[in-house]
Each structure stands twice: as C-alpha cells, then as structure tokens.
Design a protein around this ligand. Sequence first.
Ligand code: MTE
Ligand code: MO
Length: 311
Amino acid sequence: MKNTAPRIRASEITPYSTYLRRREFLSSMGVALAALATGRDVLTAERLPIVRKTSTTDDPLTPYNAVTTYNNFYEFGIDKADPARNARTFKPRPWSIAVEGACAKPGSYTLEDVLKPHALEERIYRHRCVEGWSMVVPWVGFPLGDLLRRFEPSGAARFVEFVTVHRPQEMNGQRGLFQLLTWPYVEGLRFDEAMHPLTLAVVGLYGEELLNQNGAPLRIVVPWKYGFKSAKSIATIRFVEKEPRSSWMKSAPQYYGFYSNVNPSPTNSSFRDQSTERRLGEFLMRKTLPFNGYADQVASLYSGMDLRKSY
Ligand SMILES: Nc1nc2c(c(=O)[nH]1)N[C@H]1C(S)=C(S)[C@@H](COP(=O)(O)O)O[C@H]1N2
Ligand SMILES: [Mo]
C-alpha cells in the first residue's frame, strides 16, 4: 500500500472524543431540526477527524452519488435504489454492540465506547460485488483487529461472527412473507482474516459519517472478498469456535461459500463467471483480479487450501 498522506500537523487532528462532544453540542442546539428541513442529517456533513490516508489503487474514485445510491442492503429492499430511499428513517443512534463468546471482555458496549480510542484513517479500496460490478471507495475507519483485541479473545476464538441489527419496524425488507434471506443478516470471518490489517471497521466514506444505506453506524469492509462478506449496521460481534453459517450460505449454498474470496478462476460455486467485472461509471468490462488485487497481502492466509472447493 502506498501512503498518500503527506504529514498532518498535530493541530489539524481532532481526537474522536472532541468530535463526539461537538456532535452532542450541535444536537443540543437543535441542528437536528435543520436536518428535517433538508431531508439529510446535517451533522453528517461535518468532516470526520482523519489522521492518515492510504490508497491501494490508482483507479479513479467512484462518485459519492453512486456509492450512496447504488447499494445492496436487503433489509431495505432488493433493488439498488431501495436502501437510499427506505433507510432514511432508520436510527443509527443511540447504538450499542453486543460482544459475545470466547473472550475475556464480553458485554454490551455503546457505540461511543467502541469508537473512542481509535484514530480514524481513510483507506481507498476496490469493492467487488459477487453480482459482477465494482467500485472504488474512500472508506473511513480503523483496523478491525485493533477493536477485536480490546475484548481479549481466547484461543477458542477461531472465527468471528458479525450480526446486523434486526429491526423489522425500521427495516421494510425484514417484514413480509417472501424473504430471500433469514434475518438477522449473519456473516463471519476466520479469526486471522478478521485480524488482518486490511480488514476495516468502517464508520464513514468520503470523509463523512456513513449514511444509513451504507451501513451506519458501523460496518466492516473486507476488500479481498465479495461485498456480501462486509456486514452492515453491526449489532453483535461473536467469537466462536465453529465456522459460522452465513445468511447467504443458508439461502443458497451452491452459490455462496464461507470464504468468498474474489476469484476470477472457475470455482465450484455455480453463481456466475467471475473473470470480469463492470466498474460503475465505465463502459468496458475489466478483468477481475485474484483476491480483488490484494493477493500480495492475503494469499498466504490460504496456503495449502483448495480455493476451487473453498469458494
Ligand atoms: N446487513 C447487510 N449487509 C450487507 C448486505 C445486506 O444486504 N445486508 N449486502 C452486502 C453486499 S451484497 C454488498 S455488495 C455490500 C454493499 O455495500 P455498499 O452498499 O456500501 O456498496 O454490502 C454487503 N453487506
Ligand atoms: Mo454484493
């Protein structure tokens, strides 16, 4: 990865705790009322305090408008435009995250407890959906491993499970008879994948807080895997001994496996040919790269494995 950050003067860095206090102050001043008028949470317009910027690609960024209106978030509907439309009334605050399973510090943590000690950085990553489209997104977050370590996982924590919030009243896609997936949305990573420095806990994009459709207030991003591994709006983090069964594995195991590493070679998954992709905003197809272009950094995690079978 090349570090594009020149050097940031200490005076330019806002600690996250200061940012949270300012946010509280703005709320108390009734800025939220203005949000009602504009249809947008103006608090999110405040730039996040970012201490470091790293890019993993020279490809142009996918425009903000596309990243925030072309989404997969089935809790809010199955069309790409549904999440931006239907997630407007979703409430990402107050928020708490339950930490469960094989660790020394399980419990219920407020979002503020979770975020407070972490310095935020920007990471520009390629983002590849199993459906065959891709984007380049400037995420804002911090290494997920730094967060997981704070809960002191034990040796029995061989996998980590991530569960999205279950709120049928606020999430129209969780209501109704016909359901493609079982709720809540469950995903998982092997422990070493979760701890890998590329794996991010994400709170924002384009320098601003995540909008609901992108998984506010906290999601993960695992850039060498298909997008569905990157669970949104996380409510529970669970350290487990056995490989979790994700929502997608339950609904269509012939298509979706546990690993779901981006792989342009044929695999035993019958979902589609993954050798090419369409970058949003581009006309010609691109060749899909092994591990989405991150092979140098992650291929060694899978040495000795048959990735045709472990799709
Ligand atoms: N809870 C939840 N997380 C989810 C999904 C979902 O439907 N529900 N969709 C996944 C899929 S298929 C993709 S491609 C990415 C899309 O993230 P984006 O909308 O921020 O680009 O989110 C993933 N995370
Ligand atoms: Mo996806």
